[in-house]
Design a binder for this molecule. Structure first.
Ligand code: FMN
Length: 214
């Protein structure tokens, strides 16, 4: 069945309508901490925009003994977080050139939102981290866009007007922010990677606010 891509569908739950503050969902999966650190930077960029606030959420690791509530850090995302957000920043580490299974599993559970077109017209961006510099950042970022496009979301990239995109010697792509974490997943986020994470959050928030106010 085709999704009912009505903008009105998304306005059924619209916190901006009531508060004038746009909630931007930063939804990430991280097992080693790289994506968590990137998510914090994307959230920092979002919160630099007046009228925007970041809502950090993660997804379950899908392990048999996973606690039902995370022991620390961001809470698990619920479908309502997607429905309520004015825009989305989606982060996953590269797993064999693709997004991590726990994040894919979460998106496979969003069919009801798709049927109602609940995310259609909302802006979204993606970010990732890899162990190898050429280990699949772009393929991961592009694959992460696929479910978002099926949901009718508007993909927001990183423009080359951002000077760090030409200067970086590690992560950072026009498809989204990225981090080269090294084979032990222990490399610090570089100044350029950091600036691009913040720029991405900022850009997402600015576009979301323009769409909310349109
Ligand atoms: C099962 C598995 C598959 C991975 N596949 C890749 C890969 O294809 N390319 C790559 O460069 N790194 C790969 N990595 C490394 C992670 O993407 C990298 O360590 C990332 O920074 C982890 O992010 P996190 O610390 O947020 O979990 C893989 C790691 C695991 C555990």
């Amino acid at each position: 069945m085709a999704a009912q891509n009505s903008r009105d569908a998304g306005k059924a739950i619209d916190p901006f309508y009531h508060t004038g503050v746009a909630d931007l969902l930063v939804l990430y999966y991280s097992s080693g901490g790289s994506l968590r650190r990137m998510a914090d930077l994307v959230a920092e960029g979002i919160e630099r925009v007046p009228g925007a606030q970041a809502r950090l959420r993660t997804v379950s690791r899908l392990l048999r003994n996973d606690p039902s509530i995370p022991e620390s850090g961001a809470p698990y995302a619920e479908l309502g977080d997607l429905e309520e957000c004015a825009g989305l920043a989606l982060g996953s580490p590269t797993r064999f050139g693709n997004m991590a299974a726990p994040m894919k599993y979460f998106w496979d559970g969003t069919g009801l939102l798709w049927q109602r077109g609940a995310l259609a017209g909302k802006p979204a961006c993606v970010f990732t981290s890899t162990g190898a510099l050429h280990g699949g950042q772009e393929s991961t970022l592009l694959s992460m866009m696929l479910p978002l496009l099926h949901h009718g979301m508007l993909i927001v990239g990183l423009p080359y007007t951002q000077p760090e995109l030409n200067a970086t010697r590690t992560g950072g792509t026009p498809y989204g922010a990225s981090h080269f974490a090294g084979v032990a997943d222990d490399q610090a986020i570089t100044d350029a990677e950091r600036a691009l994470c913040i720029a991405q959050g900022r850009r997402l928030a600015e576009i979301a606010l323009k769409l909310c106010r349109a």
